[in-house]
Design a protein around this ligand. Sequence first.
Ligand SMILES: Nc1ncnc2c1ncn2[C@@H]1O[C@H](COP(=O)(O)OP(=O)(O)OP(=O)(O)O)[C@@H](O)[C@H]1O
Ligand SMILES: [Mg+2]
Length: 242
Amino acid sequence: MLLDAERVIKNFGGLTAVNRVTLQVDASQIVGLIGPNGAGKTTFLNCVAGTYPPSAGKVRFQGKETTGSTPEDMCRMGLSRTFQIPRPFPMLTALENVMVGAVFGAEHGSKKPARGRAEEALKFVNFPLALDTPAQRLNAVQLKRLDLARALACGPKLLFLDELASGLTPGELDTMMALILKIRDTYGVGMIVVEHIMKVITGICERVLVIQYGTPIAEGTPREVMQDPKVIEAYLGEEVVA
Ligand SMILES: Nc1ncnc2c1ncn2[C@@H]1O[C@H](COP(=O)(O)OP(=O)(O)OP(=O)(O)O)[C@@H](O)[C@H]1O
Ligand SMILES: [Mg+2]
């Protein structure tokens, strides 16, 4: 098993943002993590990726306990992520931004130079602009592709995608879903996909965990969880993007 997160809890003062979340991911497996706004999805990813330590619970990555490891350590061990709001270095070019991932990621010892791996990652995601375009000139959708290329250039075994598809047109959505599946099939990467767009969840996820107020309320295939009354109730009053 690639990732084994067990009863992870994260408290911010009096708020329990993540409340005993258990989630496992195998190699080549895509697991969805969904829930209404503020449910604790990003906070859970942050606890596993080392942004901050969990208040309680255990994280094992590739069989080794990693609870409380730093993001740098997790990245070097093979955990990459994209961010809900990408924040590249604005003055660096697209290529340079991705090279940062290639230099500091899991394959930093690889014989292939960082530049070659960065170019490969940008090609893999079909980056639509010249590679020397400064990051500050990219629009939101291009930034998401750049962020994905950067995460890929780190050489991940496990990839977290946090609302990568938000803001895409229906056509772009299909392309992005195909790209995510291609990443899995080419590199055998396991993934946790956080997404509000249900089409993406049903289209690419083998299994889904639903959380509300930090607490797991349902787990199963996409079809099973969408029919679960607890899940329907949790999303009532929310705009569920079909
Ligand atoms: N660093 C922090 N300090 C204090 N509270 C935080 C912090 N990060 C998140 N929270 C709170 O924790 C809860 C969970 O937030 P989180 O961002 O994980 O939700 P989410 O499920 O990712 O939501 P969204 O779908 O809107 O991205 C929210 O109430 C949020 O305000
Ligand atoms: Mg979030």
